[in-house]
Design a protein around this ligand. Sequence first.
Ligand code: PLP
Length: 799
Amino acid sequence: MQIDKEQFKKDLAEQIQKDYSQSIDTVSTGEIYQSLAKTIRYYISGDWIKCKDKVRDNLEKQVYYFSMEFMIGRLLKETLLKTGMLEDVTDVLKDFGFKLEDILESEREPGLGNGGLGRLAACFMDSCACLGIPGNGNGIRYNYGMFEQRFSDGNQVEWPDDWLRNKNPWEIRKENRKEVVKFGGTVRMDANLKPIHEGYEIIHAVPYDMPIIGNDDKTINTLRLWSAELILEDSELNSVEYSKLEAKKIEIQKITNVLYPDDSTDEGKLLRLKQEYFFVSAGLQSIMKDFKKLKLSISEFPNKVAVHINDTHPALCIPELIRILLDEEHLEWEEAIEITRATMSYTNHTIMQEALEKWPAHFLKNLLPRIYMILEELDRRFNDKYSSSLTEEQLRNTSIIRDGYVRMANLSVIMSHSTNGVAKLHTDLLKTEVMKDLNFLFPDRFNNKTNGISYRRWIESCNPTLSSLIDETIGKEWRKNPLELAKLNDYKDDSTMLDKIERVKNINKENFSDYMKQRYDFDIDPKSIYDVQIKRFHEYKRQFLNALHILYLYHKILREPDYKMQPVTFIFGGKAASSYYRAKKVIKFINSLAYHINTDPRVKGRIKIYLIPNYNVSLAERIIPATNISEQISTATKEASGTSNMKFMLNGAITLATLDGANIEIKDQVGDDNIMIFGLNKEEVLDYQSNHNYNASDIYQNDQDIKMVVDSLVNGFLPKLGYDGIDLYDSLLKENDRYYVLKDFHSYKEASAKLRCMYKDRKKWNKMSIINTANAGIFSSDETIKRYAKEIWNVNGDF
Ligand code: PLP
């Protein structure tokens, strides 16, 4: 977008005056940020309106991506980059005496997600807009996002993330588009067998819309987040007592108050179920209203609307659409089912049994009586249709309601036209293990869509030094078509290019080290290898394995004071769900280890370890460009895909990985010589699981190194850890090491040593690095979204 700098200056000053009644030289950077964002939002609003009009006038099919989480990250820099306003706005701010960097730093990150699932939703929205696909996000406007993590005596402490305190300048509240969501009450059938829902509670859902901007001003889509609010009509105002009103307001706001700090268990149960129905119902009602304005036959609905369910959290979309079609549009069951199935598609994100969502039937019956009736009918129809062709066990595995629970994954597969996994291995496991009976019934519905990442954020914006080097080397076409990165393969033996690659990495490492010093007073030597594991703390992700190995190296250095090794800085980042006791013990272990190693003069800088507090998207953007080794070490079969693995690869880190999730596809892209693989594979893990022949105690008893390391968890070797090592010790020996940490310990240790050794040959390392970047194009979320659009959503276009 071309802007007139002088006009922009005036507009910004005017906005500041409106917002704060102050002149620009008296406001803070935080205040400038607010007014700047609003000015930019105003500048793009014309295009936003045009886009909506175009979609409506051309009767284009729209995609609605329903997700409980959108971890969108900071928006100002991305917006400036995509609109092409970055340089001009930098100049304008300079003229006013401000540095863009400071203003970017004052943006509070909207932490509306837990981890990979929420970040994926954000990348997908970005790709839809950049490809010109009319794709809108539908989610919840949490008053409090992901908690802020701090450490006290090495323990994680959770602080509320009051991200809306200074308001969100990108959003627009649209009270005139509010919807009514009904909870509770009873349902009876009238004389014509039509359901009558009575005695329910009404909650208003108010949408807050944010623009999702494509590059080159191509498309502006909408992220619509719903907030639960008390809205009284004028007639009600006099009939409610003020004191009761306040209490009611608080009660209602509770629904969208907090993001549940866990994406793998159904904590908080009833309130979480309320959240799920709340945004699903509001979203679908507003979609139906927009559709009806088109004045088409209802049978056209699936031709104009695709609803995507990101994991099962929004699976109530299915009975809710059926409810609308039956009760409000007065269709027959068969047609309602057909339209719903043709509209819905579902992405599965986990095969871990404990994370497959299921709701106690009585919860649904009490909270959503009409929805529960619909679920019962869907289950009855399914059983009627398939009971003769399935065995009792198959029927038990596939039905929607069983043993007093509603199983959301089964509902999603049975009632949608597409179920996709998020990496080849994961889809394969879905089809052959977890959902094999559903796959037997509906083989055509299952498909793979390996996750992807937005290249705008994860290289262009976060790694400008590498991006410029790539531009210089192969031209700028890769920014539009990431597959062009493959041209870098031609430079893998070019020593000048390899030197440049190293220089870029070193600059990024120095910048990161400076930032860590200034922000946390960490002393990170930019000459050391940066070995990084950043992700949610979870047992299956095995930060514990990483930490045990560092403990092993510490012992080795103490035993062999002259032991020579390439200096390494081990960097961790990640939050543990507040109720996840064991993950929090791993955090305590790492912090204790860091204290002892970093303060022990005998270590002589050979190893250092830091756990950076409050890992979030903004930190990821700083860490990833500076990383040498990317730790992707989950137990094989457990990580559905991973996306940070792709981000590291793109930025030239070498992956130290198990054969899990998308690591396997990264290996296929770069070849065996440019990735370091270790550990049990899928077959070996499945074999242990089915034959119950794994024995952690045997390994512990018969291996001196392992025994030494494991004993140090409980024998006082790490005084800071205190008694907190006992639970971790028990997880290995009393609980027989469910994630095979001890089994993989030696192969991990050896793989890690090999990589450190390879780092000495810098030329070879830089070659591996460039090969990783060159072959990362396939993991662009643009590529992934093109496949979703063509193969799942049936959206046509020239993308
Ligand atoms: N959390 C944050 C803040 C991220 O930025 C990302 C990915 O970039 C993730 C979680 C997902 O990481 P992983 O794929 O390693 O689980």
